[in-house]
Ligand binder design. Sequence first.
Ligand code: WQD
Length: 341
Amino acid sequence: MATKILVTGGTGYIGSHTVVELQEAGFEVVIIDNLSNSNIKVLDGIQAITGIRPVFVEGDCTDMTILRRLFADNPGIKGIINFAASKAVGESVQKPLLYYRNNLNTLMNLLELMPEFGVKGIVFSSSCTVYGEPDVNPIDETAPIKPATSPYGNTKQISEEIITDYVRSGAPIKSIILRYFNPIGAHPSALIGELPLGVPQNLVPYLTQTAAGIRKELTVFGNDYDTPDGTCIRDFIDVVDLAKAHVVAMKRMLDGADTDAIEIFNLGTGTGLSVLRLIESFERATGVKVPHRIGDRRAGDIEQIWAIPAKANEVLGWKADTPIDVTMANAWRWQQSLPKS
Ligand code: WQD
C-alpha cells in the first residue's frame, strides 16, 4: 500500500516538480490547489511524465471546511508538503494582509488537522529570505535570522515559529523546514516548468522570455554592488534537485527513525553565481544571446547570499548536483514549449 502524501500548492512550480519525484519514489499523491498562481493543465504534464494522474482537489487551504473534507475523503494521508502560499516579494509589500492571512492561515489549518487525521509529518517550504542580508557568506542553518525585509519574508519567519511552538506544545507531529535558495530551471522532459503569471519578477523566467523574444530586453538590476562583477550573487538551485530533497525529507520523517521533531535544512548548491555569470551560462548552454542592459538596483534586493548545504548533504544524504548549464538548457527547452504570446 503506497504511502499517501498531501501536496498543497501541488500544481505550482516547485510543487509540480515535487509531485513528480514523489510519484516516481512510489508515493501516492493528493494535490490541493486554488489555481490562483498555476494552471490545471499542469496535471497533464505530471501524468505525461509519470503515467499517474494525482488526485486533485481544487480548493483554498485557508478554508477549514474544504480541508477537513479533503482529509475525510482521502483517508490515510501520512504526510504533508506545504507549498501553498503567496510568494511575490513586491506584491507582499502592497498587500500585506493578503500575505499574512493566506500564508499563515493555510499553515495553521494544516497543523490543526494533522493530529485529527493521523498525519505524522509536515515538510514546510521556507526560504533563504529568512536570513535577510547575511553578514558573511556562505551561510549554514545557524546564521542569524534578521528582521524580514518584506511581509512575504516575514510570513516565512512567522511560519517557522508557528511550527516550532506547535511541536513544542506537544503536538504529536514532526516537521522538516526546508529553506530554499533560488530555485530555477524545469523538468528535463519540458512537460512541466515555471509558469509565471504576467511579467515575471524572477530572473530566469524573465531571461528565457527575453531569449524567446517575448520580452525586448532583460534589465540587470545594478552592477555597482561589492561583488567581483558588480552584480548580485545568488545560489541558483535546479528545481528537480530541490524536488528530490522533499522526497528524502518526507522519507526521513515517516521512517519513524529517532530524529528531532523539528529539523531545518538549507537547500542550495553551495556555489554563489552572479547575475551576469548566469546570463553567460544560459548563452553558453543554448547558443542563444540574451539582449540585456544594466539598470538601477531593485529596491529590497540583497547583495549576495549562498548556502553551506553540508547539513542537508550529510544528514539527508542529498546533494544538488545538476550543472548550471544543464539547468539553463532545461529552462530554455521549457520556454520553447510554451506559446509565444
Ligand atoms: C535574483 C537576482 C535580482 C530579475 C526571490 C525571493 C525568494 C524566492 C525567489 C519565492 C537579483 C536579479 C531579477 C530581473 C535582475 N521567492 N534580477 N533582473 O529576489 O533572489 O529571490 O525569489 O520563493 O524568497 O526573495 O530572486 O530571481 O527575483 O532575483 O537583475 O529582471 O536577479 O536583482 O539580484 P530573489 P530573483
